[in-house]
Design a binder for this molecule. Structure first.
Ligand code: TRP
Length: 462
């Protein structure tokens, strides 16, 4: 039975809860990270492994995060403390909050870029520019510390304002307006992209697998991407589920969030690749990197639609606005993980806790933002500070977090508790229950450990 704490808010409706969780999942991971990794790792073959990871690990692990959150009705660290008092499992919750903090810090840098590019698109700054102008434009921007800081911090502040308003009138209300807007923009843009004359090569790239491209690191990237995109492994969805109502169907919600998330990722591929191939780009690692959305894409949009200036203008504004919306619903969820933790564990008001988180994350965000400019020379393991944060958090923290969550639910938690949460105390049918438990006990931990050890070079399985 769920613990009830009367001072805690809940989402007002099931659809609100679904859209908020989907808002967390759908983000730059789908529209920025997914196309980049797909481009770098061979297209359709990568997508197949990614979808496999979503089905066989992502959905069951999402169900466990949901059930832990809703059962305890506490922040990520409080949840483990309630379920496993006095054990080392408490560290899992605290580490989750720490990774949320790290991801939010570097994520808001890229989110800031999307806001800057929306402003540029609105100001019609891409009009008449040529292929050689865009790299210079981006280089100019990222190496300018003040502009970068301005946008990173602005983005953090917008996130702050929504989080402070609370679960129902902040997070839920915002997601209910913005998620439908995001779907509409996505469909309009995909329709524009696939009607471009040279789009068929892009579509082929997304649909025809070349299995010779698959290596250990491709598998690790696909798994890391599945965790990142579904917001798994750091208690984000666990925190949101702590606001779910008692009648929310956990299995169905996990399935729907994953479907929406994968749909948006694949649709983004159908927007970006047809347009990229139409503009005559080869899929080389230089065009398809972090700069994909900021150098390649504005150029692609300009080349593809430039002969009808008003269309080029509209498509660019919509594209960057889509990115801002997607990023914002995700930064909100990351912020909420840390805010809920600070406010509940240190008994602070929501406003105070959120302010503390905003300031702390902005400070770390500044370091990440500067790693493109003044701190460019600092390399750790050959990566810039920004790349290091991205690599370590999604390829190590998230899979390890996901593995621990599945071991916790599969082995430590009482079976009856898991059964009660997934069936809403026997009122729902959950025919998938045994399969989910099997995955959480054996398949997911073993698969994650194998892929991680293989990639870290400790063992070579494949
Ligand atoms: N899933 C989001 C995206 O695709 C990012 C994100 C939000 C996230 N919350 C998270 C990633 C929690 C990992 C864990 O952009």
């Amino acid at each position: 039975m769920s613990n009830h704490n009367p001072s805690r808010e809940n989402f007002g409706s099931k659809i609100g809860a679904l859209l908020a969780a989907a808002g967390s999942a759908v983000g730059l991971g789908n529209i920025w990270r997914f196309p980049i990794l797909t481009g770098q790792n061979g297209g359709a073959a990568f997508i197949l492994i990614y979808v496999g990871c979503v089905l066989l690990m992502g959905i069951p692990i999402m169900m466990s995060e949901f059930l832990i959150g809703r059962h305890t009705r506490a922040n990520a660290a409080g949840a483990y403390r309630t379920l496993a008092p006095g054990t080392r499992w408490n560290w899992v919750g605290r580490l989750a909050v720490l990774s949320g903090f790290v991801i939010l810090s570097y994520y808001s840098v890229v989110a800031g870029w999307t806001a800057e590019y929306t402003a540029m698109a609105l100001g019609n700054c891409f009009d008449g520019k040529t292929t050689t102008d865009f790299p210079a434009m981006f280089a100019n921007f990222v190496s300018n510390p003040w502009r970068n800081l301005f946008w990173t911090i602005s983005f953090m502040l917008i996130t702050h304002v929504i989080v402070v308003r609370g679960v129902k009138s902040g997070i839920e209300k915002f997601s209910k307006v913005m998620m439908p807007a995001l779907f509409i923009i996505l469909v309009v843009l995909a329709a524009c992209a696939i009607t471009l004359p040279g789009s068929s090569k892009g579509i082929e790239f997304l649909l025809k697998p070349d299995f010779s491209k698959i290596t250990g690191s491709v598998v690790l990237s696909a798994m890391g991407q599945a965790f990142f995109s579904l917001s798994l492994g750091l208690g984000c969805l666990c925190t949101y589920a702590s606001y779910f109502r008692d009648d929310t169907n956990i299995g169905k919600t996990a399935l729907n969030v994953s479907l929406i998330d994968s749909f948006v990722a694949i649709m983004s591929g159908f927007i970006i690749f047809p347009a990229v191939f139409n503009a005559g780009y080869a899929i080389s690692s230089n065009d398809i990197g972090p700069s994909l959305l900021f150098i390649t894409m504005p150029n692609v949009l300009e080349q593809s639609f430039g002969n009808i200036p008003i269309l080029a203008y509209g498509v660019s504004v919509l594209f960057y606005f889509l990115l801002v919306v997607a990023a914002l619903t995700s930064t909100i969820s990351l912020h909420e993980v840390v805010t809920a933790y600070v406010s509940e564990e240190f008994r602070m008001s929501r406003r105070k806790a959120a302010t503390f988180v905003t300031i702390a994350c902005s400070l770390v965000g500044i370091v990440c933002a500067l790693s493109f400019g003044p701190l460019d020379g600092i390399k750790i393991f050959g990566m810039s500070i920004f790349d290091l944060f991205d690599y370590v958090s999604s390829n190590i923290f998230l899979p390890v977090g996901g593995m621990l969550v599945s071991i916790f639910t599969g082995w430590y938690l009482d079976k009856k508790l898991v059964h009660d949460e997934l069936t809403n105390r026997g009122t729902l049918r959950a025919p998938y229950l045994r399969l989910v438990i099997f995955i959480l006990r054996y398949f997911a931990p073993i698969a994650i450990a194998t892929i991680l050890l293989n990639q870290l070079g400790l063992f070579r399985f494949f």
